[in-house]
Design a protein around this ligand. Sequence first.
Ligand code: GLA
Length: 412
Amino acid sequence: MRNPLLSAGVVLALSVIGIAMPAQQSRPGATATMQTTAASEGRRPWMDLARTPPMGWNSWNKFACDVNETLIRETADAMVASGLKDAGYQYVVIDDCWQVSRDKDGTIIADPQRFPSGMKALADYVHSKGLKFGLYSDAGTRTCQGRPGSEGYETEDARQYAAWGADYLKYDWCNTNGVDPKIAYPTMRDALRATGRPIVFSMCEWGRSNPSTWARGVAHLWRTTEDILDCWDCVAEWGGAGWPHILDKQVGLEKYAGPGGWNDPDMLEVGNSGLTIPESRAHFSFWCLLAAPLMAGNDLRDMKPDVRDILTNKDVIAVDQDLVGQQGRRLRKEGNLEVWDKPLEGGAHAVILFNRGKSEGQLSVAWVELGMPYAAEPMVRDLWARKDLGRIKGTFTTRVQPHDVVMIRVTP
Ligand code: GLA
C-alpha cells in the first residue's frame, strides 16, 4: 500500500528543509534506509531520532504541576536502579509548570523555587546517568496550565532548550486561537533543527486536525486523541478517557505510523492507582502492539515489583521496538472479545487476545488470519507467562481473564 502522503511533492518539500525520508517508501513502516539529503549531510538524519518509538518517562500523568528538580533527579536515579534504563527507556521529560515567566529580553525563566539549581544543571545530572532530558512548551500564548507559551518566541525558546541540553520537546496546543497547526508545528520543528542539537519533537495537538495524515516529517510523534485518564472506563466531558476508549480511536491509523514518525495514543498510566495489575498489563501490551511511544507516567521511585515487571518485559518491549515499525491492527471483535495483530521482522507476529468483559472468556486465533499458510506450524511464546509453548498447528486457543490479555509471539 502506498502512503498517499508521500507524494513526490511532499518528499521534495521535506528534502528542501533537510528532512530525510525513507528510501523506496512503500508505506511508512517499510524497511527504512534513511536517505541523507544535501541539507542533512554530515548529520544524523532528523527522522532517525525516532527510528523506533521513543521510550522514557513524563511527569504529567502522576505529578501534574507538582514538579521540581528533586523529583526529576530521583526519577533519573530510579530509572537506572529499577532496570527501566536497561530495558530501553531514556528520556526524562518535565511536562507543564516548570516555566514561570520571561525576562525583559523574552528569555524563558524556569521556576527558581522549584528548580533552584537551574535547568542546565538538571539536564547535566540526567545526562550523567546516561539518560536524556526533555521539556514541554505550547504552540499558543500560554500552556494548558497558564504558563508562558512559545508563540512568537520559537527561535528564542529552541535556542534556550538547546543551550540547557534538552533532547526532547513536547509541544502542546492550548491557547492557540487562530493558529494553524500546519504552520505552528513546522515553525517549532525548524527552530529546533536550526539549533543543530538533535531534539525529538513530540506534537501534542490531541488529534484535532487529524495529524496522522500530515505530521510525518513535521514531528517524530503526534498525539491522536485527548488526554488519557487513570481509569479503565471513564470518559470526561472534555474528551479525556481511560485507555480502552483511546485504543478504539487508534483503529484505522495504523497506515500512518512507521520509522521516524509515530501515532501517539498518549503516555502510559501503567502502575497508577486507577488501574488493576491486569488492566495495566493489557494497557502496556496494546501500546507495544500499536508501536506507540512508551512514556511511563507513574512514580518510578515507588514502584511495586509487579508494575516494574510490566514496564520492563523485554519480549513485549521488543514488539514495540521491532524495526519494521508497523503499527498493529484489530483483526476481529466479537462483543467483549478481540484479536489484534502486529506483523514483526522475519514474518513473525505479535498477537493480543483481549477480554474487555467481566467474566473469563475463550479466544482463538488461526494462523491463516495472520496471513500464514494453512499448514504452518509456528513457534509460539506466551509473552506474559514468559513461556515457550512449542510449535502449534492451525489455531491457538486460550482462556483470557477479565480486563486482561494473553499476548503471544508467533514465529514461523
Ligand atoms: C494537555 C496535554 C497533557 C499535558 C497537559 C499539561 O492537556 O494533552 O498531556 O501536557 O496539557 O497541562
